[in-house]
Design a protein around this ligand. Structure first.
Ligand code: ADE
Length: 245
C-alpha cells in the first residue's frame, strides 16, 4: 500500500514510522509512506499556506491552493482516495482501519489551525476521519494513528508477532489477560489453567476472560461481538450473578 501524507510539519513524522513494525513493513516493501511539505506547493514568494477567515473570527484557515496543488501533483489522472484528518470527521475504529486497508493507495491531509477552507472539503476530500472526540493541535498525530492501525492490517506486516485478526477489537472483544515468566512474582501467581498445557481449556478460559473484561470495561462492544451459544449462556450467567450481588 502507498500512503501519501500532506503536512505543514514533516519533521513530526521522523520517529514513529522509523521504528518497530512500521519500519520493518516499509523495509520489506509492504507499505510505502511519503511525506509532503505543503509549503512546497505554494506559488507565492513567502510560501503562505494560511490566511484570515472571511467574516472574521479567531485563528487562521488553511488556504485551498496548496492542498489542491499537492493532491493533483501526487495523483495525476489516478483516482486515489483523499482523507482529511479532522475532529469533525467520522470516528476512527478497527472497522474503519480494515476498510482503509483495502485501498492500494491513499492521500492523508493533516488539517491545522482553525480548519481548512470549506472548498477543500467539498471538492477535494473523499472522506474525513477523527481519531476521537478531543481536539489535537493538528492532524499529524491522528495521521500516525491511522497509518499504524491500517498498516497492521496489511498482509505480511505482523509476521511472527501474530495476526491482526486476533488484536483486541478485531474480534469485537477486548483481549484476555496475558502473563509471562516468572510464574510467581511478589507472591502473585499466574492462573493455573495457563500452565496446564490443555489447549482447549486455555482457549475457553481466554474467551471467557475476554467476555468478562469487555462486559466490565466496554459493555457497548458486546452488542456487536460474535458469541457462540455457549458463550452467550456464560455471559447471561455473569450478568445474573452481577444483578444478584
Ligand atoms: N485534528 C485535530 N484533532 C483531531 C482529531 N481528534 N482527529 C483527527 N484529526 C484531528
Amino acid at each position: 500500500m502507498k500512503i501519501h501524507i500532506l503536512t505543514l510539519f514533516p519533521n513530526m513524522f521522523a520517529g514513529p514510522f522509523d521504528e518497530s513494525i512500521i519500519k520493518r513493513a516499509r523495509e520489506r516493501g509492504l507499505v510505502s509512506i511519503s511525506i509532503y511539505n505543503l509549503r512546497h506547493y505554494t506559488q507565492d514568494k513567502h510560501h503562505v499556506v494560511d490566511d484570515y477567515p472571511y467574516g472574521g473570527g479567531r485563528g487562521m484557515v488553511l488556504k485551498p491552493e496548496p492542498l489542491f496543488e499537492a493532491v493533483e501533483s501526487i495523483r495525476g489522472d489516478a483516482r486515489i482516495p483523499v482523507i482529511l484528518l479532522t475532529p469533525q470527521g467520522r470516528l476512527f475504529s478497527q472497522q474503519v482501519a480494515q476498510e482503509l486497508a483495502r485501498y492500494d493507495e491513499m492521500i492523508l491531509i493533516c488539517g491545522h489551525y482553525e480548519g481548512v477552507d470549506e472548498r477543500v472539503r467539498e471538492h477535494l476530500v473523499d472522506d474525513e476521519i477523527s481519531i476521537g472526540d478531543y481536539v489535537l493541535s493538528g492532524g499529524e498525530i491522528a495521521a500516525m494513528v491511522v497509518v499504524d492501525a491500517v498498516a497492521r492490517q496489511l498482509p505480511g506486516v505482523l509476521g511472527a508477532e501474530g495476526a491482526a485478526g486476533e488484536d483486541s477489537h478485531a474480534l469485537g472483544l477486548l483481549e484476555y489477560p496475558q502473563y509471562t515468566r516468572p510464574q510467581l512474582f511478589r507472591g502473585w501467581a499466574v492462573p493455573e489453567v495457563l500452565l496446564s498445557g490443555n489447549h482447549a481449556h486455555i482457549a475457553k478460559w481466554r474467551r471467557q476472560q475476554s467476555i468478562l473484561r469487555t462486559l466490565r470495561r466496554r459493555p457497548d462492544l458486546l452488542e456487536r461481538a460474535e458469541l457462540s451459544p455457549e458463550e452467550k449462556g456464560f455471559l447471561e450467567e455473569i450478568k445474573k450473578g452481577n444483578q444478584a450481588r
